[in-house]
Design a protein around this ligand. Sequence first.
Ligand code: BES
Ligand code: MN
Ligand code: MN
Length: 454
Amino acid sequence: MGLIEYIESKREENLDELKEFLRIPSVSAKSEHKPDIEKAASWVAEKLRAAGLENIRITPTKMHPLVYGESLNAPGKPTILFYGHYDVQPAEPLELWTSPAFEPTVRGGNLFGRGAADDKGQVHIHIKALEALLKTNGKLPLNVKVMIEGEEEVGSVNLWDFVNQNRAQLKADALVVSDTSMLAKGVPSVTYGLRGLNYYQIEITGPAQDLHSGVFGGAVPNPITILAETIAKLHDKNFRVAVPGFYDDVDELSREERKALNNLPWKEKEFRKTVGAPELCGEKGYSIVERLWTRPTLELNGIWGGYTGEGAKTVIPAKAHAKLSTRLVPHQNPAKIAKLVERQIRKLLPPTVRCKFEVLSTGKPWVAPYTHPIFQKAIHALEAGFKKKAVFIREGGSIPFVTQMHDTFKVPCVLMGFGLPDENAHAPDEHIALENYYGGIKSVAIFYEQLATL
Ligand code: BES
Ligand code: MN
Ligand code: MN
């Protein structure tokens, strides 16, 4: 049986197996899901084995285990390292899911469930593509190393130690990742740039304890008011981040790149529909695509403090909190940006409060030229798998591992994403379009098949 014929014949079987994967609530952020994390790691290991990969290993880390498998039976041929993650984001708020987060359901040509797009569905695409090649050919035309981690959604905390301790084992001619999106339905894409991510938490303390707002109000600092005032000063009226030095190292786009990105078949109307806000906003002087993929931002992710329960409680709280993050672009330095953000927040705060400023994680941006011949092979494979024209895009999300790998091994990183921007990754009703799941398996199989030469 031919490769594509084999893949077609496995449609139902593959989908059922992906559903099984999605039923495991492998939420990396919550300790109550530790057994599910272990279960998902074993599940992945078992499927790699069934696909015909060898040397399957589950390596424990300080947090969640890494799964590794390989097929190195093509001496003299290129070696690729495939990376993905089996952990998922928490499913809350549960009541906003149309069907339960961990009971995968097909509706309207989409498979719904936490992890369907980010990243279990995409990991499964590669496992099934490798299996199809191995089952129809007996062996692979190239060497493949597969590494699937369980901590991506909590910042890949222990991954880097593992990579450093296993450099020889992980050495490859290229890194392949499917944890991104396509530009739009019918537009298969290769991503050549991601933003970096720094995450911060601040705690503002005023009074030593909560105070009666009638007895004390008017004569004491209110940490919530002060936090809100401070946060409001972090952007100017043109939506630029008002942190001195924040833009100092930002690369401006070349004229050619700007033109290429703005000429992509990207539909503002669809974007507006996905967002659903009355109007859009953003940094003056840049198109929406430029704002999303090539400009740094500062975002509030959460803010809390005081009384938020039912009814009224007259109180001046002792503390107020916020979680914020900055998305970074070349050539901003994450450590430097963290210092600038902290310095500006401290400068804005009045002497009536104390502030604890924590940097929870940092991550570098990544952009790389797509001149290596492997990128054209990726484009051709996507075009063959989807029967559509494929494009090069950048994206606004972050995958810290890609930058680390690129810096360390100086290898080309091929990001072939099969998600879509409106598939609700990290939100209720996450899903993957079945046409992209099936098209993904075909494209990846064709891609690997064509990597006998590079
Ligand atoms: N798969 C995403 C990254 C992504 C999303 C890349 C969309 C391109 C487009 C990944 O799982 C993720 O969610 N990353 C986090 C950062 C991580 C350190 C928690 C992110 O981008 O917020
Ligand atoms: Mn992901
Ligand atoms: Mn994610």
